[in-house]
Design a protein around this ligand. Sequence first.
Ligand code: FAD
Ligand code: SF4
Ligand code: SF4
Length: 463
Amino acid sequence: MPNMQMTKTPAVEQDPIVRSCNFNEVSSGYTTFEMAKGEAERCLQCKNMPCVSGCPVNVRIPEFIKALKEGDLAKSHEILKSTSNLPAICGRVCPQETQCEQKCVRGIKGEPVGIGRLERFVADWGMAHADELPAVKPAEPNGKKVAVVGSGPAGLTCAGDLAKLGYKVTIFEALHTPGGVLVYGIPEFRLPKALVRTEIATVEALGVEIITNSVIGRMETVDELLEEFDAVFIGSGAGLPNFQRIPGENLNGVYSANEFLTRINLMKAYKFPEADTPVRVGKRAAVVGGGNVAMDAARCAKRLGADVTVVYRRSEKEMPARVEEIEHAKEEGIKFHLLCNPLEVLGDENGFVKGLKCIEMELGEPDASGRRRPVPKAGSEFEILVDTFIVAIGNSPNPLIKNTTKGLDTQKWGGIIADEETGKTSKARVYAGGDAVTGAATVILAMGAGKKAAAAIHEELSK
Ligand code: FAD
Ligand code: SF4
Ligand code: SF4
């Protein structure tokens, strides 16, 4: 008999007051087998598996949950790994509420099955018991070589899948550490970096070579890679921050969320002076934006001692951040100034931020995004006192590859044009996927694109 409890088995979390002062992981997930089993028993094992259709990589959800419920964690892990190369990461950061869990029938009356929490439990078990599981071995080489540009989830997934088919895969990564946004963007308290390193090591164990400090378009071009490799996959992400283009954005104390988070996550500025890179947060910080990036920047600033306000031009209903991240931010004491937009960053006589001039907004008719358009309220300008201003209003693909690759068609906003099902671009033997194609999206969509491209590259090179 399934467990008919209406709500998810709660995960273990750090107390909000304690965690708002440290960078340790906020949630420990299910810490005992009994907790995970109890949640697994809520699954009805639906024959038509609606949850699977909500997952961009079609994780075999009822099957891995059944094996977990029966106590066969090795089998559950094997099932999970057969479709997802990075389950410990997806179990933590996937927007499950709009994907697999949104389609779960248990969500019709009550809460859906905690698929993400169960996925995390099994993936973490697999990492802890790696020695007892069959070793990952490189496949028999098939004599073909593929270059992958970028080591984020799209590149890692494409590389891993091709390596399993016998391709010699080399990843070229611009930064000194592989992982893309998983290491430079998403903070330690949501996604521990040691775990990302372990997941990357399993991709390397398949025989994938990762060359860091290698900026394609500067050191070698895509055309030069094509002389050496049979195909190229571009998974270079969307790392170019957008700014509001308002007066004062060049003042000291203004950061793009990308720079702010890279300093903290990749360069470990929260450990300064033990780490070399500093970050100046000040006493009062404002973050403009309403997505995951804004929540991460706000929660990092809070942990570094600032009083933090998120400024967002629509209402909470329209915020694109995960509901869980907004709730966690509120619990940690982040303030929200909604229906408000910055007009100018105000500076002192030394060129440092001293405040923000804002205007109140109201919601009009829906715009192209389907969300209600924010409209300024005439005469409602006001000022707030801040000494740090973090801009988190989105990212675009870096134009370097577009500008150095002849015949690679791109959208007006810079995204590489690629077929949705195969990742094929306008240039022969060149494929692309992830944020470089879609603009800033999600880890699992980038992984899904890497998977599809790997299958298409294999099909083309096997002809
Ligand atoms: P990326 O992860 O951006 O990786 C691209 C890699 O390519 C980078 O390492 C970059 O250095 C490298 N590169 C770029 N140009 C070159 C070049 N010319 N030569 C060589 N290498 C190059 N998604 C979720 O699902 N859940 C979340 O909770 C979530 N939170 C987020 C929080 C933040 C702060 C950010 C920024 C994003 C978040 N996202 C989240 C989005 C998600 O991380 C991205 O959609 C995903 O990482 C995209 O993967 P990707 O492989 O396409 O690109
Ligand atoms: Fe859900 Fe993400 Fe796991 Fe798919 S990969 S089942 S969307 S948590
Ligand atoms: Fe289980 Fe929900 Fe999927 Fe049904 S829809 S199989 S209850 S996870």
